[in-house]
Design a protein around this ligand. Structure first.
Ligand code: UD1
Ligand code: UDP
Length: 358
């Protein structure tokens, strides 16, 4: 079985690590194509080093751009590689422009397509990720769903064939790398902070970064919290803070503005935070698994289970609601999480389908 995997953005490197490992261990020929969507050292190279993922076989170096331009350039280049490599299966992850480009290239060439993290919906078509997910799911042959909600979402859109509930590959990654993070990360010492005495914040969603009012409100809330806020800042967010001239709001001794950190440092920061404020999909889930209350700076979430079990609160970008949520932290139901062995399940399914794929 020859597999061609397409990745390009930070969360995709994390999702790739557990499945790629198991494929390699079992002698599967996996060709990794990196679109180059993320390219800064600490958004890219650092993850390949820490997560023990082999160097990509191809790096397309597409970089940043408008949606059409970025996705289109990726599509052109991925198509060439698929034609050259002729894989049995293409695997795409999550919901970025790299996901959609890989999905379109494979499906138009009639190559079987597997989507890892299928079926997620925010039901907000203004999110670029929602368009990417819906389109990718509708051309996928194998849909690996992380939750029962995702399976139901697909069913509601008429997709029932090729759907597998396999659990969450990000949980596999967390279980494996959390131990390594405990041993290796000294981020708390480097930042001179103590466990459970700080808040962790991340923002990068277009709906927050590209909206002056929302971005201003969120940063105002951080400055009003009167708590230590560790804020590893996504390059997109840094760019937009400069563009809107909002930097003054961060000139506050309590706000520790740092560059994006590697996964091992991030897990350490998440685990030891009093609470996490975020608009990230992955970070919401990690907070949930680590039993750290999450305050989500969005109006809706794809990870509704985290809200239903009381670990996550949706506060949007309202200053008062954010500050109120920080004052009144809510801990959810004390659930224990079973290891999903998601990567193993996906590999076993691919093996079963092997004859149909070759
Ligand atoms: C992308 C995904 C988003 C995902 C996120 C993970 C899309 C539409 N969005 O958002 O779903 O949650 O990745 O982090 O695919 N930049 C740099 N250096 C980098 C990467 C980006 O400076 O290494 C800056 C550039 O100014 C760029 C901007 O960030 O224009 C946005 O990058 P882009 O890849 O388009 O989207 P993200 O916001 O990173
Ligand atoms: N992450 C990281 N360093 C950071 C911020 C996030 O390693 O500075 C990790 C985080 O732990 C999670 C993933 O990146 O595993 C989430 O990616 P991101 O927030 O960029 O995208 P999303 O999940 O929203 O698509």
């Amino acid at each position: 079985m020859k597999i061609l995997t397409v990745v390009g953005a930070r969360p995709q490197f994390i999702k790739l690590a557990p499945l790629s490992k198991i494929l390699r261990e079992n002698g599967v020929n996996e060709i990794i194509v990196h679109t180059g969507q993320h390219y800064d050292e600490n958004m890219n190279d650092l993850f390949f080093k820490e997560l023990e993922i082999p160097e990509p076989d191809y790096n397309l170096g597409i970089g940043s751009g408008n949606h059409g331009e970025q996705t289109g350039k990726m599509l052109i280049e991925i198509e060439k590689i698929i034609l050259k490599e002729n894989p049995d299966l293409v695997i795409v992850y999550g919901d970025t422009n790299s996901t959609l480009a890989g999905a379109l290239a494979a499906s138009k060439l009639h190559i079987k397509l597997a989507h890892v993290e299928a079926g997620l919906r925010s039901f907000n078509k203004r999110m670029p990720e929602e368009i990417n997910r819906v389109l990718t799911d509708h051309v996928s042959d194998i849909l690996f769903c992380p939750t029962q909600t995702a399976v139901e979402n697909l069913k509601n859109e008429g997709i029932t064939k090729g759907v597998y509930l396999v659990g969450d590959v990000m949980f596999d990654a967390l279980l494996h790398f959390s131990k390594i993070s405990d041993m290796k990360s000294n981020i708390l010492e480097r930042l001179n902070i103590k466990p459970k005495e700080y808040y962790l914040a991340t923002i990068h969603r277009a709906e927050n970064t590209d909206d002056h009012e929302r971005l201003k409100n969120i940063l105002t809330a951080f400055s009003k919290m009167n708590e230590i806020v560790v804020f590893p800042i996504h390059p997109r967010t840094r760019k937009m803070i400069n563009y809107y001239g909002l930097g003054d709001l961060l000139e506050n001794d309590n706000i520790k503005l740092i560059d994006p950190v590697g996964y091992l440092d991030m897990l350490k920061l998440e685990k030891n935070a009093k609470s996490i404020l975020t608009d990230s999909g992955g970070v919401q889930k990690e907070a949930f698994w680590l039993k750290v209350p999450c305050i989500t700076l969005r109006d809706e979430t794809e990870w509704i289970e985290t809200v239903n079990l009381g670990w996550n609160r949706l506060v949007g970008s309202d200053v008062e609601k954010i500050v109120e949520a920080v004052r009144d932290l809510k801990f959810g139901v004390d659930v224990s999480f079973e290891n999903d062995f998601s990567a193993k399940k996906m590999y076993e399914i691919l093996l079963e389908l092997k004859d149909k794929l070759d």
